[in-house]
Unconditional design. Structure first.
Ligand SMILES: [Zn+2]
Length: 275
């Protein structure tokens, strides 16, 4: 059966399913025997998504491995450091490109998780706030002491806002590194984030790009991260920006933004500006 595309509303065809034999399927616990997660791709914009998490209630969602904010795949200390360095790099590039004052602008690290990039933003004089579904960081984190400064944790706690308390806040810069792919309702969730931007405010993130995958999607490593649900394309991003009334650009895996941090060629950097 066809599904409605979660971004453009076009018709999305069933393309493949992933079952137990393809690895751990997060929602298997709450679904019957023989369950297979179904993936769909939009014929109009190319958006790739699965509907395995759709319709799960809060209690069921909490049972999913990875629902605590960890992906379980690619979630060791090194990938976390890599993501944090990348996030700080991109933020620094945008601050300089848009001539922003890091000490004055209100920056939000959305999906701050272990708090490493949030901590590094503060170390670098960026007026940063952190947000996540719950608090995952503490003083004693498994990062090299030169990277994560435990003495900043009290300040981080003061600047932590749970995602359900963000409404009404205003930020000049929002970072969402490797967050978009977790959204099951990408249009509504992005609209809520854009709503948090001040006029001319900028939101950036990195995510997997389904239109950059050279061989089959079913084998794409990015699908193995347990709570990834939605995979963008350049066309679906353009539709998303038009629907949100913002301007947006996607940059490839560019050294200018990523610096010495690593990012695969199947990921991209998106930048959105509110009018
Ligand atoms: Zn679509």
């Amino acid at each position: 059966m066809k599904q409605e595309c979660k971004i453009c509303g076009g018709e999305a065809d069933f393309v493949f399913s992933r079952g137990e034999a393809d690895g751990v399927i997060a929602e298997k616990k709450v679904n019957p025997e023989g369950y297979e997660r179904r993936y769909y791709q939009c014929g109009e914009c190319g958006l790739l998504f699965h509907n395995g998490f759709d319709g799960l209630d809060g209690g069921q969602y909490a049972l999913l491995p990875g629902a605590d904010g960890r992906n379980l795949v690619g979630d060791g200390v090194e990938p976390t450091i890599n993501r944090a360095v990348r996030e700080l790099n991109i933020a620094s590039c945008l601050i300089s490109l848009f001539h922003l004052d890091p000490a004055r602008l209100r920056t939000l690290v959305f999906g701050c998780g272990s708090g490493l990039s949030f901590n590094m933003f503060l170390q670098n004089g960026i007026n940063a706030f952190g947000s996540d579904i719950t608090l995952f960081f503490r003083r004693n984190m498994p990062f090299p002491p030169g990277l994560f400064k435990p003495e900043l944790v009290p300040e981080m706690l003061k600047r932590f806002i749970k995602t359900d308390r963000l409404k009404g806040e205003r930020f000049d810069l929002i970072a969402m590194t490797e967050v978009f792919e977790h959204f099951t309702e990408p249009l509504d969730e992005m609209a809520r984030l854009v709503e948090l931007l001040a006029p001319k405010g900028i939101l950036f993130g990195t995510t997997g790009m389904a239109d950059r995958v050279v061989s089959g999607h079913k084998e794409w490593w990015y699908l193995q991260c347990l709570t990834h649900a939605t995979f963008l394309t350049r066309k679906s991003f353009a539709v998303l920006c038009a629907k949100l009334g913002v301007s947006g650009l996607i940059f490839p895996n560019s050294g200018q933004f990523v610096g010495a941090a690593k990012m695969s060629d199947e990921q991209g950097i998106f930048v959105i500006q509110r009018p």
